[in-house]
Design a binder for this molecule. Structure first.
Ligand code: E4P
Length: 221
């Protein structure tokens, strides 16, 4: 399975990649603007901080067919096109653009997915990844349940598209999708930090160190 960081915060990406086997980074236009930097600078920094094995997944901004095609070609040049995936929204123009962008040899992640039906059509159009917005879907119904069902639907038809679950607000949503076997997921730095930190672990280590020091007068073996 693949685990991505949903962020353009270079310091947060550097911090997490230093101790976790992260498979790459996803951004969207809003995430890019939060960096406070020009897009070219963010892409250059991502290319510097990530290895070539780690994917850079970046989104087009234009919403018309021609604009999507042109921007997909530009984004595909980040880092010389190595391991780059272009995010295209599942609008009518986007669904039309997906096969055309794929025909250019560019990998595609279909984004802005609020329903399993939109995801189904993006998969049929040839998208490599499908990004259902789990937390946002929860505003309309059982977002987590719908994404679990989507994974099953794709498997039933043997469709190659991978679900890359996105838009999480808490660890429980992430946990439930991991337990259901979601093949890819993208999560914000804050939620990833919550996943790996537990007060019980810190307390246990403090007790081990204190017991050892009391007995042996040192804090190492
Ligand atoms: C992923 O790639 C999406 O753009 C992102 O997860 C959306 O997250 P949000 O719902 O927190 O904005």
């Amino acid at each position: 399975m693949e685990f991505f960081i949903d962020s353009a915060d270079i310091e947060a990406i550097r911090e997490l990649c230093a101790f976790l086997p992260i498979d790459g980074v996803t951004t969207n236009p809003t995430i890019m603007t939060k960096s406070g930097k020009e897009p070219e600078q963010v892409f250059a920094e991502l290319a510097e901080v990530l290895s070539e094995d780690q994917k850079i997944i970046a989104q087009v901004v234009s919403l018309d067919y021609e604009g999507i095609l042109a921007e997909a070609q530009r984004l595909a040049q980040i880092r010389g096109g190595r391991n780059v995936v272009v995010k295209i929204p599942v609008t009518r123009e986007g669904l039309r653009a997906i096969p055309a962008v794929k025909a250019m040899g560019i990998s595609v992640l279909a984004t802005g997915i609020y329903s399993p039906d939109q995801a189904f059509w993006a998969a049929k159009a040839g998208a490599d990844y499908l990004a259902p917005y789990v937390n946002r879907m929860c505003a309309y119904g059982d977002g987590v349940g719908q994404v679990v069902e989507l994974v099953r639907t794709l498997a039933q038809y043997g469709m190659g598209a991978k679900v890359c679950a996105a838009s999480f607000k808490n660890v429980d949503q992430v946990h439930r999708l991991l337990a259901a076997g979601v093949p890819a997921i993208t999560v914000s730095p804050d939620v990833i930090r919550e996943m790996v930190g537990h007060p019980g672990t810190s307390a246990a280590m403090d007790t081990f160190t204190a017991d050892w020091e009391r007995a042996y007068g040192r804090t190492s073996l």
